[in-house]
Design a protein around this ligand. Sequence first.
Ligand code: IMP
Length: 435
Amino acid sequence: MKQNKNTGYTDILFGLLWGDEGKGKIVDTLTPDYNVVLRPNAGPNAGHSVEIEGKTYVAHHIPCGFAHEDKMLICGSGMAINPVSFLEELGDLEKVNPNLRKQLYVSHQATIITPIQVLKDCYREELAGKLGSTKKGISFTYADDALHIGLRIGDFAGLSARAMVVKYNEYRNTQIEILEKLYPDISTTELKNTEGKWMQQLEVLIQKISIVDTVKLANQLLSSGKNILIEGAQAALLDTRHGCYPYNTSSHTTPQMLLGYAGLPIHAVRDVIAVTKWYGTRVGGVNPPSTMLPEDNEVFRKAGNEFGSTTGRPRTCAWPDFPMMQHAIKMTHPNKIYVTKTDICPVDEIQNAVGYVLKNGQTVTEVPMSSEHIESVVYEKMPGWKFDPSDRSAIPKGLEVFLDTIRKNFPDIQIAGIGTGPARENILMFDKALV
Ligand code: IMP
């Protein structure tokens, strides 16, 4: 495929397993290399943290280049946006970058999360329960979009305040009627309190933020030589199609799909960058096969502060699972990987999952079609490691051995860097000078 030599390139960054890998910090570190950071998918169910001068900032909708005053930041077409939390988040992030509002562009195709979808998500969790959603209304928002009844940002842009209310009520009244018939005990009276603020904030968002065709914008930027970092939310194993159904999210999270949301050309892709913690964590609904025994789980959760940045829920910690990583890599094809949280190793010995014994007695080294087929996990033990806190650049022996195991298992993927602590500067880049 022919590419104009003045055209920029795009790199796609994504979480490899179940999310919460510390993508925010990696995006923040890489942002100076790009002109644009584009967040293509999801919404306030995501929580990307960046620690700057001892304070942690959490971005839920806004791309993690937010602290860099000279970058364009795009909220792309596959996003689900709640205007109330979007503006709260913006206010918080403006403390670190007062110019932020002017750098932001939001897609006219992004879907709006309404109070009704939040109500349904909370009700479903209580009633049907145990899917472990973040209760932000995500699945009902994407479902309405798929049903062609959802509300998109562009539907409201340019409308008067009155016309906006009329538009919302068309959706709302039908939804309430259906809800009250389906679930007679659902209480919709509370809605009235939240809807007023929601509508007001939707108006503010549309007035104050540039609503544009982000696919057109991103392509124009690319053609004029600008380089774009696509920042995926969540992670490959939460993808709505390829993830661990039904305990997955409702947007696409794999790099191929992220590029689709961005609407950028395949031939413009330079690097596909995976981010993974060296150990695993999972929050919501189901535990990974290599879940640690309660004692180690507790020790890792405490040492790694493994609590959801969106919901505060305790995360389940799991040993590194090489077949699971292989499974995710085979469907996402990264050429680079960042391994995060290498400063967290509160044990003398670690265990790497290398296979599974199935319920039919067979031992396999590939992820079976359903984790319900797994009876037990086959582990290989390895020494743990400790970082010298005064010198995070000296890689401990045990970690070097672990990183070599990754290199041996995935020879086509370059380890581009490792995370060595929560702060912005705690990162060792292997493919360029220390940051
Ligand atoms: P939803 O995206 O809120 O509908 O939740 C669906 C599933 O995805 C649940 O198991 C959530 O815990 C999980 N999930 C959604 N967002 C994140 C995230 O940012 N990190 C980790 N898990 C997530």
